[in-house]
Write a protein that binds this ligand. Structure first.
Ligand code: FAD
Length: 472
């Protein structure tokens, strides 16, 4: 083949099937050079998501190898790396799947213009969402600020069928040099917790596909009842895979619809959850400030605590608030890199309302700990919980973490799974927390379980007083 190669730049689309950019590259009749770049955005990722990304990249490299192709790994500024590769290989085009968070968009816009100036074709494709943010409009031509009307407007939209993986990926005559992923040490910031966290990960395209199939076969029929119970494996767990693009939202959407058409009515709620994810990208695209600033500006004057060194922030991060639902959820996240959605709502409400701490403290800690970290869903979730976001929970809705536990963890399965101090015979998962946490936290499984740093009723009253004082 003497045609100029196409560089397929993988980012958060680490799969071969249902991949529009890869399919187009393979169909173009040119050699394809798959590339992953460890750039400044990767560099800035938190400990757990960076480690998890490394596992995903390694899995993609194996899948490409099975097809007779390769994944070229390079480190550095994305544009500089691509220019060097273009010079080195004679590539005439770069393809990628679009992203919607402000940082990725800023990088990609600049890079696209620069490549075009160089005379190189730069083409981006859909792949990370079902509905591009600019394709979904209110009746008056604006963007959606409330979820339910957006759900109603997209529910019955036509979504084209998922694409198969390319039968073959045309290889170049010679391959450019590649880094070795081991040298990147993407798990370095996990310190002693790396092996335990890894054991909780479900990595790669094949595993993600099995996970979806198992969820549809075993759990979707009871999703509505079970999805709120943190002690039960009632949700799909797919956020871990969707965030790195190991599975496409389109594949999840069609499986959900198939289940609904097969009479599993709860599948509609699963489809609705997928649209919450879409809503997060929709909001981040149209109002990028959601990832860094109060979406509702009238919250700018609210006197949230912003000091991360405060004792209650430390207790919250360490799962030592004395509020069992909060502590169980925080420990679950530290050990597994994920937290049940009900737990996320409870810990976010407790931090921002009972402890009156700024949502950005929570946003940053989640960004360090979550293997399903997503800049748009995380920001939407935190601002929803704090009350400062669009379509947010009203300021006066303060989750009571004690009654929530009685309602959603009646038999205390979740508490027992994560808190050793609450039982004479701690579970292996609760004990594994002590093998992960930094030694200087000074926690031991036979410590006395702390009294609440801020009891549920006192925190609620304090929060409501603070809101009323500010005229909310
Ligand atoms: P399922 O119940 O199986 O739902 C299916 C899919 O729908 C999920 O995989 C996810 O992609 C999507 N989804 C479900 N709920 C939401 C939601 N509320 N918002 C956006 N998408 C949703 N989700 C992330 O993917 N990354 C994050 O960084 C993140 N941070 C959050 C922070 C806070 C404070 C809160 C309240 C929520 C956050 N969420 C985040 C949303 C939600 O908690 C997770 O998506 C969900 O727990 C994932 O579990 P699952 O895959 O089993 O979900």
């Amino acid at each position: 083949m003497s045609k100029s190669p196409i560089i397929m730049w993988f980012r958060r689309d680490l799969r071969l099937s249902d991949h529009e950019a890869l399919t187009a590259a393979c169909a173009a009749g040119h050699p394809v050079i798959p590339v992953f770049i460890h750039d400044e955005l990767t560099e800035s990722m938190g400990a757990a998501p960076k480690m998890r990304l490394g596992l995903s990249v390694a899995d993609l490299a194996r899948s490409l190898g099975d097809k007779g192709s390769r994944l070229i790994l390079r480190r550095g500024d994305a544009l500089a790396v691509l220019r060097a590769l273009i010079k080195n290989t004679g590539a005439g085009a770069v393809y990628w799947s679009r992203l919607y968070d402000p940082q990725s968009r800023a990088r990609d816009t600049k890079l696209k213009a620069a490549l075009k100036d160089d005379g190189v074709t730069a083409e981006s494709f859909k792949g990370h969402v079902l509905f591009e943010p600019w394709m979904v409009e209110t009746q008056t031509g604006g963007f959606y600020k409330v979820y339910t009307p957006m759900w109603k407007s997209v529910r019955d939209n036509d979504v084209s069928a998922a694409l198969p993986a390319p039968a073959s990926i045309p290889a170049p005559q010679s391959w450019p040099a590649s880094d070795d992923i081991a040298d990147w040490q993407m798990d370095a910031a996990m310190n002693r917790g790396a092996d335990i966290l890894r054991s909780h990960c479900t990595v790669g395209e094949t595993a993600a596909s099995h996970r979806l199939d198992a969820f549809i076969a075993d759990n979707v029929a009871n999703y509505v009842k079970n999805r709120d119970l943190p002690g039960v494996a009632g949700t799909s767990g797919l956020s871990e895979n969707l965030t790195y693009g190991e599975i496409s939202p389109r594949k999840c959407w069609h499986s959900g619809w198939q289940a609904l058409n097969d009479g599993k009515a709860d599948a509609e709620t699963f489809l609705k959850e997928l649209v919450w994810r879409e809503f997060a990208y929709h909001l981040a695209y149209h109002t990028p400030r959601i990832t860094t600033e109060n979406w509702k500006e009238d919250w700018d004057s609210f006197p949230w605590n912003t000091d991360v060194r405060r004792v209650e922030v430390k207790a919250w991060k360490q799962g030592r608030t004395g509020i069992r639902f909060v502590d169980a959820a925080m420990r679950e996240m530290y050990v597994t890199g994920t937290m049940h959605n009900r737990g996320r709502m409870i810990v976010a409400s407790y931090l921002t309302k009972h402890l009156l701490c700024h949502w950005k403290i929570g946003l940053d800690w989640f960004a360090d700990c979550l293997i399903d970290w997503d800049p748009c869903s995380n920001a939407m979730g935190w601002q929803w919980s704090a009350g400062s976001g669009p379509d947010a929970t009203p300021y006066f809705r303060v989750f009571n973490p004690v009654t929530q536990l009685d309602k959603f963890d009646k038999d205390r399965a979740y508490v027992k799974r994560w808190i050793a101090e609450c039982t004479k015979t701690p579970s292996a998962t609760a004990l594994s927390y002590y093998d992960m946490i930094p030694l200087h936290w000074g926690m031991a499984s036979d410590d006395r379980y702390p009294d609440p740093i801020v009891p549920a009723d006192i925190g609620r009253k304090r929060a409501l007083d603070a809101y009323q004082n500010r005229g909310f």
